[in-house]
Every structure is written in structure tokens, then in C-alpha cells.
Ligand binder design. Structure first.
Ligand SMILES: Cc1ncc(COP(=O)(O)O)c(C=O)c1O
Length: 342
């Protein structure tokens, strides 16, 4: 069944820079601590390039298109502590391109460390040109401004390639997670385990939609549980469904997906994007103390908090086999130093 996915992706332009496949490891101590399901972690924090993360798989397909278009500069947008922007800078440099990134002021009330350390420090080290955008909740406006940045590059004689983040554009990055679904199923088979649920953070929804599209295309019964990290479930659910259908279409797969396939919860979103809450702090501490595993405060801490909450409220049964997708974000830990209380 993995062949369906491999064939669908074969014709899409792609660069291959990520270290794949990423490991699938048991989390025996955390399983025991939670007194329930058999837990595994899919280490997409270990994709190799510039401290790794899920954005690496997504970048492979965007940069495939950028190279094919003959671009010399990549332009993209994200929150100030965007892992996506950092990853695009790294891919651009490796491929001999420049990178101009637009950092959005999405999280109010953060100080100098947030604005300068973590991913921002790495963006600067990678030689990015940094633009700022005042509004973090205006996806369409942020994309319009990207076009202006690209126009200015073109006027100077450059060849820009824009990677937008809003859901109004084809979900190119999600193709990386269609492949990740096949990779995961193959690993599980090789390890002799049968996965019931995969827990993923659900933000722009490229990861969630790609994973769901891949599972559905393979006819896999694995439930993909998305933990909202950006917007509430009422907004995220339809976005995931739309992006999953678009991903299948882009990949040339004719699989049907309905809203019953989409599982999202916003119970761990707390005060919103990029704001830590007690459940996320507990998840970070448990991951570190039980598994030596470092989570980031924006995405993976909330995602593991969602997994833990789902075990405690019975959404995930004690007999299940569950995979936690670790999507990276490690550099942001340093930008949140003053909020971590250590
Ligand atoms: C570390 C990390 N995890 C998860 C996500 C969410 O992934 P997606 O935007 O594909 O929903 C992001 C997005 O920026 C991220 O940087």
C-alpha cells in the first residue's frame, strides 16, 4: 500500500536534504507513567538540516519547485519564532539561494529574548534579510506583503520564489507528510506494531493534512488526532478537511475524505498561539524527565499535552498503540527562556 504514495509523489519536483527516514522510538517510561497506551515517538525533530523539524519535509517540495523555476531568492513568512522561516533560510543557503523572510508580530507582550534569540538568532546567522509584519492574524495581508517583497526583488533583477503560508495556495508542503505517513506505516510494519492513533500538532495544517491524506490513500485505519496550536477546533477542523482534499488532489490521488476522518481538539490551546499554559509545561517536563526528550513551547508541548489529556479522558484507550509526532521547534526553547520558569 506504500507504493500508492511513492508513485503519487514521484513526479513532484523535490530536493532531498532531510535525513530520512527519521527514527521511530518507544517511550516506555512515559507509557508507564501514564499507566496506559503503548507510546512511540516519531523523531521528525531529527531531520538533520539546521536543527531539524517538520518544516524540513515540507521544504523539500517547495524548494523542488523553486529550483525548477530557476529562483535565486526564496521569500516566505511566519511568526517571529517561525521554524518554517529558519528552515527555508537553511535550505536556501544550501541550494545557493538568498532568503528574505517576513516575521509577523503574532504573540503580544514578548520581550527582547523572544525577538532576538532562538530562531531569529539562527535566521540572522543564516544570512536572511528580515522584514517585519505588524499583524500576526492577517494571513491574506501577510501574503500580499510577500508579493510586494518579491516584486522589489524582481525589480532589482532577482528571481524570487514565494512560499506562502495561507490556505489559499496549493498545499505543496503537505506532500512531505503524505510521504511521512507511508514511512511511518512501513516502520511500524518492520517493528511488528500496529498503530491505532498518531498525534500531530495542527497549525497551518500541512502536517496534519498530509499525514491524513497519506493514511487515507493507503487505506490505513490509523486515526490522526490533531492538537490545535493556532486556532480553535471550529476553524481548524474545516481547514484540515479542505487542505486534506487539496493535498490528495495535488498528489493525484482520488481517495475520499469526509469530516468524520478529521479529529481535532483545541482543549490545550489555552490563551492561543505561542502562549504557554500549565498542561504544556507539564508535558515538557514529563517528556524531559521520562524520555530525555526536548519539546518546544509553541507546538510540541501542546501536542504532547493533548496526547496526555486524551489518555486521561479516555479518548485514547489504555490498550492503544500511539505515535507522538515530534515536529521539532527546538530553537524556540531558548526564546522562551523567561517563560519556562527554570
Ligand atoms: C515545530 C513545529 N511543529 C508543528 C508545526 C505545525 O505544523 P503545520 O504548520 O504543518 O500545521 C509547526 C509550524 O510552524 C512547527 O514549526
Amino acid at each position: 500500500m506504500m507504493d500508492v504514495v511513492a508513485q503519487a509523489l514521484a513526479n513532484h519536483p523535490r530536493v532531498r536534504l532531510a535525513h530520512l527516514p527519521t527514527p521511530l522510538e518507544a517511550m516506555e517510561n512515559l507509557s508507564e507513567r501514564l499507566g496506559g497506551p503503548r507510546l512511540f515517538v516519531k523523531r521528525d525533530d531529527c531531520t538533520g538540516v539546521a536543527m531539524g523539524g517538520n518544516k524540513s519535509r515540507q521544504a523539500e517540495f517547495y524548494f523542488g519547485r523553486a529550483v525548477e523555476a530557476g529562483a535565486d531568492t526564496v521569500v516566505t513568512t511566519g511568526a517571529f519564532q517561525s521554524n518554517h522561516a529558519r528552515m527555508c533560510c537553511a535550505y536556501a543557503r544550501k541550494l545557493g539561494m538568498a532568503c528574505e523572510i517576513q516575521l509577523e508580530h503574532r504573540v503580544a507582550g514578548k520581550g527582547d529574548t523572544y525577538l532576538k534569540s532562538g530562531n531569529v538568532l539562527l535566521d540572522r546567522l543564516l544570512g536572511a534579510v528580515i522584514h517585519e509584519y505588524p499583524d500576526g492574524e492577517d494571513e491574506a495581508g501577510a501574503d500580499r506583503n510577500l508579493s510586494k517583497i518579491a516584486e522589489a526583488i524582481a525589480e532589482r533583477g532577482g528571481k524570487p520564489y514565494v512560499i506562502p503560508l495561507s490556505a489559499d495556495h496549493p498545499p505543496v508542503g503537505a506532500l512531505g507528510y503524505v510521504e511521512a505517513a507511508a514511512e511511518l506505516v512501513a516502520q511500524a510494519e518492520a517493528m511488528g506494531i500496529s498503530i491505532d492513533t498518531v498525534v500531530v500538532p495542527s497549525g497551518s495544517a500541512s502536517t496534519h493534512a498530509g499525514m491524513l491524506a497519506g493514511m487515507k490513500a493507503m487505506g490505513s485505519p490509523v486515526r490522526v488526532l490533531g492538537i490545535c496550536v493556532r486556532r480553535d477546533a471550529a476553524a481548524q477542523g474545516p481547514r484540515v478537511l479542505k487542505r486534506t482534499r487539496e493535498t490528495l488532489e495535488l498528489a493525484g490521488l482520488s481517495t475520499e475524505v469526509t469530516d468524520t476522518d478529521v479529529h481535532v481538539t483545541d482543549a490545550w490551546l489555552g490563551d492561543g498561539y505561542g502562549r504557554l499554559n500549565d498542561a504544556a509545561r507539564e508535558a515538557m517536563t514529563l517528556a524531559a524527565e521520562c524520555e530525555g526528550l526536548l519539546l518546544d513551547p509553541v507546538y510540541t508541548a501542546k501536542s504532547l499535552a493533548g496526547l496526555i489529556g486524551a489518555v486521561r479522558d479516555g479518548t485514547i484507550g489504555a490498550e492503544e498503540t500511539v505515535v507522538f509526532l515530534h515536529t521539532g521547534g527546538t530553537p524556540a526553547l531558548f526564546a522562551y527562556e523567561e517563560f519556562l520558569g527554570h
